[in-house]
Write a protein that binds this ligand. Structure first.
Ligand code: FES
Ligand code: FES
Length: 154
């Protein structure tokens, strides 16, 4: 049994402590906004926040998240109003969508740490993979979110 706090709610989940957090979130808690693609920590589709830090939940044991605050795409904002989410809509970033929740979670953490990023910072700092090739729009959206956040905290 692993005790997890996801988006402010407590869950006792009956899983092996070594089960990847992504599976506990999706299969046991039922929050399927977090996607799994490579399952090997490479693509970032499974990115969630643990204590506010982006982690690749396919490669993060559920037990390592015990006692910590986990945020998934469903909890990033109550109504899709996080600056990154708004910028994503404004720039019409999404294509098939599969990688996007992980990209948004990674971008939200990236912008907290880099509130005024350059193109190069974004290229180097965000290593998520999008098979649809939305990278140009992702970069525009991150710059837009950074602009909208000047003087506010993400
Ligand atoms: S599914 Fe986790 S990094 Fe690819
Ligand atoms: S939008 Fe299709 S994989 Fe990224």
């Amino acid at each position: 049994m692993v005790a997890l706090t996801v988006n402010g709610k407590h869950f006792d989940v009956d899983v092996d402590p070594d089960m990847p957090l992504a599976w506990a979130i999706r299969d046991k808690i039922g929050l399927t906004g977090t996607k799994v693609s490579c399952g090997a920590g490479i693509c970032g589709a499974c990115t969630v926040h643990v204590e506010g830090e982006a982690v690749r939940s396919c490669s993060f044991p559920a037990s390592a998240a015990e006692g910590k605050n986990i945020t998934t795409i469903e909890g990033l904002s109550p109504d899709g109003s996080h600056p990154v989410q708004k910028a994503w809509i404004a720039e019409d970033v999404v294509q098939c969508g599969y990688c996007q929740s992980g990209f948004i979670m990674a971008a939200a953490d990236f912008l907290k740490k880099n509130p005024n990023p350059s193109d190069t910072d974004i290229n180097n700092g965000l290593t998520n993979i999008c098979r649809c090739g939305t990278y140009v729009r992702v970069r525009k959206a991150i710059l837009r979110a950074a602009q909208s956040q000047k003087g506010a905290s993400l």
